[in-house]
Design a protein around this ligand. Sequence first.
Ligand code: UFG
Length: 332
Amino acid sequence: MKVLVTGGAGYIGSVVAEMLLQAGHEVVVFDNLSHGHRQAVPKNGELVVGDLADRGALDRLLGSGAIDAVMHFAALIEAGESMQVPEQFFRNNTANALTLLEAMLAAGVKRFVFSSTAALFGNPDRTPIEEDDPVHPTNAYGESKLLVERMLRWFHQIHGLRYASLRYFNAAGAARPDQGEAHQPETHLVPRILEVALGRAEHVNIFGTDYPTPDGTCVRDYIHVSDLAHAHLLALHALENASENSNPLLYNLGNGQGFSVREVVEVARKVTGHPIRVIESPRRAGDPAVLIASSEKIRRELSWQPMFPDLKSIVESAWQWHRAHPDGYGRD
Ligand code: UFG
């Protein structure tokens, strides 16, 4: 298949683009490089620099008739930031997704894999979280993605769109020592901790120590980026064979095990041999206390099987990347 990968110059999109190419698919990456990196795009993949708000650019790409499916990664992703500038999240994540869907509709492209999020669930009613559990986001980021999921249902029902919505829990780790996480500025826990281990930051803040969790810090379900990426290929193949009436594919993606912020720091201390100084700080707005996935559904239906389910191997792979590339991909 020929797959349009929006955000394919980003952390997760670039890993999926590489995996698609290895599986024999053709890939066109569409990215405005606002957060992504030209060097992260796989060598055999085509890069089109463009913005999702540019309907004309999307029409030119999709109207060629050559695209069989779209994987949509491009989005703002920081829950904390979304509580300061929610308008940017609704513009980039919700409105731009609609523009993309409209362009797909006009071009007759009917397969869509959406990067959704655990943030849909807010403070979940139960743990581990199953796909049909109630959604009530506690941050604008989660809401911006939930609105897309809601649109997708109607596009499916009315226009026969075949789609998969993959609710990522906390993606971490590196697929290869030369392809990893490089956000600018970096706010995610694992890379922030490793910046301290590299001597590039003096300490890492622990945002909140009074949550209703065993050690008072937030608990998250960390999933290796390669395992997450693999789920996209399984979803794509399932969509390839799906009919217009097949049910949408909704899957939670995590390892089913939660680690507190303090536990992640402890694992990183073991992996890096660095003492990693922490400073206990106030809560970050919008953070749910605990997010742990049940991924039984994708295991059962698509035979998804994580290769790196343990936190130590996730942190080790991230450490290899950060040590070899302390400046990430550089400036571009
Ligand atoms: N945290 C700290 N200190 C830091 C950074 C993070 O204590 O310097 C804490 C956060 O408060 C949170 C946990 O570590 O409790 C994880 O935070 P991240 O910023 O690494 O990730 P989030 O859980 O906020 O969000 C990530 C992605 C989202 C995705 C979500 C799914 O950024 O896109 O995981 O759970 F939706």
